[in-house]
Write a protein that binds this ligand. Structure first.
Ligand code: MN
Length: 515
């Protein structure tokens, strides 16, 4: 638990950065010195591990310092003013973002929702708040066995329902996977046992066959002079396996991607060439070839996927990508940490290039605002760069959202089945299942929703209550005189759309002449 364990993970750290982290390290050690964890270990261990996880993600010195300090206000009554004075307002904002509200003012679920809301409001201004919170939660999950039994299930459930999906949506697969694996046995002990046992029975035979296939695969690629940087055969995580088994009558034979082979090659050309070589040798399963390089997932994920018949009765999923794509797929949004506007401007020109790259990468994630509402033509401009739209939306919900609605959003809309809809320009918007063109319009901008008069889906004029399907290209037609009607509330699936429609209806009401 030395300071060097952390500073050695920091890239391009200035003397000032290192000093800030060191100060936070010493401050936390002292503030929590008489404070222990359920395991009996010093509390500082938790702070150290949290800060280390943040550093591993590549976050900056302020985020790492916040990792050390994140429990000081809540657990050992350090005053916010003290953090401000010692570490500045940037670190204080991060710490306050993850701090729960005072015990006295709020109790039970109210207090809890308020804390959650605060987390999203803070995150919608600075995404690092969410990163600190995720790392805090990950370490708590790693040590959940020490927590009293009656608390374990609630914490694990919340992790599975809220934090693991957040990590997924941010594209931080590394944390998403670990949170799922750690929560699964606490939330569904029976099912966990069943999956583990099924796997124990089937796995050895399967793994033998596939190891053989893996070898022939590499041979085939090398013969075509493709330089494979690395590749591995791995078992997909137990929780996602459970979700698949559940939907396929627990028939192991129906799951094609229990095991997957990941092939890392130097360039994008190599990715497509490898795919060609593989399909030349092994017949692919129709409908399972996915080009996430040309069409990245909204969380930024890029890779080629295909599923092939191995020739000895097995079917296996292959993922082909470059080293850079792999890093992004593991670290997501954290692989391109976005700093606040002010610090950005101070840095050198290189940053502009980096920024435009981030912009491109997270095109689908960024928030786009329309410039004027001409007749159906929509142009976009990003704001609060680097902060995913859905985080902003959750933060914005703060304003007057009903308690129930907030939770519905968090549990439902945001994390359940999502569909990916494209704008005519190729930007991706993700929406809940069965969303309509109205939801799509409001997800782009409230002005577009408010003036919607029609929609083209895949080039064809369609009713505005059409249920959209993933991959649809939707163009919204607007007119100055367009207005929402009360009927729209029943059509839309997103709370954001509901909120704007209600507001617009109310405005129309107020304008009506009074009798
Ligand atoms: Mn903590």
């Amino acid at each position: 638990m030395t300071l060097q364990d952390i500073t050695s993970l920091m890239k391009n750290a200035s003397v000032k950065d290192t000093a800030l982290v060191e100060k936070a390290y010493l401050f936390a050690q002292d503030a929590h010195k008489s404070h222990t964890r359920y395991s009996g270990e010093p509390y500082f261990l938790h702070l150290f591990e949290t800060a280390k996880l943040i550093a591993e993600l590549g976050a900056d010195a302020s985020a790492i310092a916040a990792g050390f300090l994140h429990d000081t206000i809540e657990d050992v009554s350090v005053k916010p003013e003290t953090i401000q004075k010692e570490f500045g307002s940037e670190v204080l904002a991060l710490v306050e973002g993850v701090t729960k509200l005072g015990q006295l003012r709020y109790r039970g679920i109210d207090r809890y929702s308020e804390s959650m809301r605060r987390l999203f409001v803070a995150s919608s201004k600075d995404l690092r708040v969410l990163i600190v919170k995720l790392c805090d939660r990950l370490h708590n999950m790693r040590t959940l066995k020490h927590v009293p039994k009656e608390k374990q299930k609630r914490i694990a459930m919340e992790t599975l329902e809220i934090y693991a999906p957040i990590a997924y949506r941010l594209g931080i697969r590394k944390i998403n996977r670990e949170l799922e694996e750690l929560s699964f046995p606490f939330v569904y002990p029976e099912e966990h046992k069943k999956v583990t046992e099924t796997l124990k029975r089937k796995h050895p035979e399967l793994s033998k066959k596939l190891t053989k296939f893996h070898k022939s695969l590499l041979k085939a690629l090398v013969r075509q002079s493709i330089k494979v940087s690395s590749s591995n055969l791995r078992l997909k995580n137990l929780y996602s396996l459970y979700n698949k088994l559940k939907h396929r009558e627990w028939d192991f034979g129906k799951i094609y991607d229990t095991l997957a082979i990941r092939v890392i090659v130097p360039s994008i050309e190599d990715c497509y060439q490898s795919l060609g070589v593989i399909h030349g040798h092994w017949r692919p399963l129709p409908g399972r070839i996915k080009d996430y390089i040309a069409f990245p997932k909204p969380n930024g994920y890029r890779s080629l996927h295909t599923t092939v018949f191995t020739g000895d009765g097995e079917i296996i999923e292959l993922q082909i990508r470059t080293e850079e794509m792999h890093k992004e797929s593991e670290y997501g949004v954290a692989a391109h940490f976005s700093y606040k506007e002010s610090s950005r401007k101070e840095k050198n020109k290189n940053n502009d290039e980096q920024l435009s790259r981030i912009g491109q990468l997270y095109k689908g994630l960024l928030s786009w605002r329309s410039k004027g509402t001409g007749n159906g033509s929509i142009s976009f401009e990003s704001d609060r760069s680097g902060i995913p739209r859905w985080v902003q939306d959750l933060g914005d919900l703060n304003a007057g959202a009903e308690e129930k609605e907030f939770w519905e959003q968090l549990r439902g809309d945001f994390f359940k089945n999502r569909i990916f809809i494209f704008t005519p320009k190729g930007d991706v918007v993700d929406l809940p299942f069965d969303s309509s063109p109205i939801d799509f319009a409001y997800s782009i901008h409230s002005d577009i929703g408010d003036h919607l008069v029609g929609a083209k889906v895949n080039g064809k004029l369609m009713p505005i209550d059409t249920e959209l399907k993933s991959g649809d290209i939707v163009e919204i037609l607007t007119k100055k005189g367009g207005r929402p009607t009360a009927k729209w509330i029943d059509i839309v699936k997103t709370s954001v759309a509901k909120k704007h429609i209600r507001a617009s209806l109310q405005k129309q009401d107020e304008k009506k002449p009074r009798p």
